[in-house]
Design a protein around this ligand. Structure first.
Ligand SMILES: C[S@@+](CC[C@H](N)C(=O)[O-])C[C@H]1O[C@@H](n2cnc3c(N)ncnc32)[C@H](O)[C@@H]1O
Length: 240
């Protein structure tokens, strides 16, 4: 039997408070509440989303004021996060294709006092970044959730383009971080290893203990799992 390593020795003291919040396992009650919100958005062609690691990571957004989700598809996750956030929060939704009926459904679910902004286009294009910058000041966002194209360079480009919007002490959260790519192109897992050289990236995998990012133990495609890292207090690629 292989034991899942906790790797506590790799967790710097300064991250322990927020990691304790994320580290708490998801309860049945939390899972049911999240599923109930998402259920409304589930479409036939998509599987019911697995919420355990998502909801653990998104606890950092309780009472948060500004959030960007990059790649929103059925928008059920945006609805879930909006309920955690401040009643006057600003939420930015970016997707290659914005479906008017899904958007209308989401607008009905989001509190009227919250500001919801939908932007259509390629997340790393100048066009999209320009629109984000028109609505959200640099250094103001509590968290950005990267869940669009999972390829290595795309993901690194997204970090490059969205990190300037995140406030010091805010978070970058990414989905499907154990995915290693195809026979032709590497995936997010390798990018997370690169980022972890600069800033500690933590892995939220189901209800397991949080660890520093590490790749999957087996040679098989893995979907799901969250990578999360905190933006340092200084804006550069320096020490935290
Ligand atoms: C995995 S789904 C997002 C799921 C959603 N975040 C959730 O938790 O339910 C990926 C989405 O990313 C969008 N997408 C893919 N490539 C993109 C790109 N280059 N720019 C913007 N959105 C993209 C797709 O259209 C799709 O809706």
């Amino acid at each position: 039997m292989t034991t899942y390593p906790e790797l506590n020795f790799l967790t710097p003291e300064r991250h322990k408070d927020w990691l304790a919040v994320v580290g708490e396992p998801a309860s049945e009650e939390e899972i049911n509440a999240a599923n109930q919100i998402r259920q409304v958005f589930v479409r036939n062609e998509n599987p019911h989303p697995y919420m355990v690691d998502l909801l653990r990571a998104f606890r950092v957004l309780r009472s948060a004021k500004t959030y960007i989700e990059v790649g929103t598809r059925d928008k059920g996750n945006v609805a879930y996060v909006s309920e955690l956030m401040d009643p006057y929060a600003t939420i930015v939704d970016i997707d290659l294709n914005q479906d008017p009926s899904t958007e209308a459904l989401l607008r009905k679910k989001i509190a009227e006092s919250q500001t919801y902004i939908a932007i259509e286009g390629n997340s790393i294009s100048d066009h999209v970044i320009h629109q984000v910058s028109q609505r959200v000041p640099l250094g103001s966002v509590d968290a950005v959730f990267l869940d669009s194209n999972h390829m290595y360079f795309h993901f690194l480009n997204e970090i490059d383009r969205y990190l300037p919007f995140v406030r010091a002490g805010g978070w970058v959260i990414a989905h499907d971080v154990l995915w290693e790519g195809t026979s032709e192109q590497k995936g997010k897992a390798y990018a997370c290893e690169l980022v972890d050289r600069h800033w500690p990236v933590y892995l939220v995998n189901g209800n397991r203990p949080i660890t520093r990012f590490m790749r999957h133990q087996k040679n098989e495609a893995v979907w799901g799992s969250i990578g999360i890292f905190q933006k340092p207090n200084n804006n550069n690629l320096g020490e935290i």
